[in-house]
Design a protein around this ligand. Sequence first.
Ligand code: HEM
Length: 269
Amino acid sequence: MLIHEIKKTPNQLLTTSKKIWFSCLLLAQTCFVIYLALGYGLTSVTTGISGWSLLNKTAYIANDPTGNLMYAAHVLLAIVMIIGGSLQLIPTLRVKYTKFHRYNGRLFVLLACTISLAGIYLMVIRGSVGSPLTQGLTIFGGCVIILSSIFAVRAAKTRNIKHHQIWAIRLYLAANGVLFFRLIIFAWFLLFGTLGIDTTTFTGPTVLAASICSYVLPLVIAELIRYAESTKNKVITIATASLMLFISIIFLIGLLSVVLAQWYTIIFS
Ligand code: HEM
């Protein structure tokens, strides 16, 4: 019995570290949603969308109604998408309320794809900060969202639950890429200042590394976790669990930094 428990320990460690990571992400999502709801949602009612310029210089452009509409769809739908996305991953909700899981899943897919298409429009037509490479990585994130949505829905329809879960996790990670980016870059700001960042153009090796860590690495780590959960090699399982704990710490540092330096300051100044 005792030997059996000891054998289980690395996997339990991994499960716990995944739960810690998810809790940190939920905390970050909550703060992000509050910022979006108070910043974009409330301002659109009180001052109209022209007030969004205080939140982001590229948010409102007087003679660009299509761009403004795309931006509005992009940020306002994100509020609903972020909340709905995480509800899909809570096992009790998934198992007990299957109908809710199905309808909420369809809504999530629809919103994630709409937000991505609007984001790609904004980046290509309106233009954004960053180098072509980092912009390309954000567009890659948008494409992963759309492709994962298609595969996740197809697998759900054919009741291929294993494939559905794999693609749904990829979709979830890609849909959170922009939040990962904010957490990682602001953690860097707090720990190393503007090292490796050209702040006027928002380019440089640090921005590129943060983009890779936000849009590509999570997909690789998801594969690593699947492997670590099935392998008998304890070292890999423990190393993966440690990696998840390390990422959780980065998330918390980044969250503290982005809330204090940006979200809180913008909303309450
Ligand atoms: C589906 C996940 C996404 C979410 C939740 C999301 C969320 C947001 C939010 C909240 C903003 C406002 C910025 C702020 O006030 O801090 C924003 C801006 C922006 N997003 Fe997204 N976004 C997503 C995906 C994308 C994708 C895939 C692209 C492009 C390929 C993109 C391109 C943009 C652009 C160009 C802006 C304008 C600000 C800037 O120039 O950086 N987004 N997004």
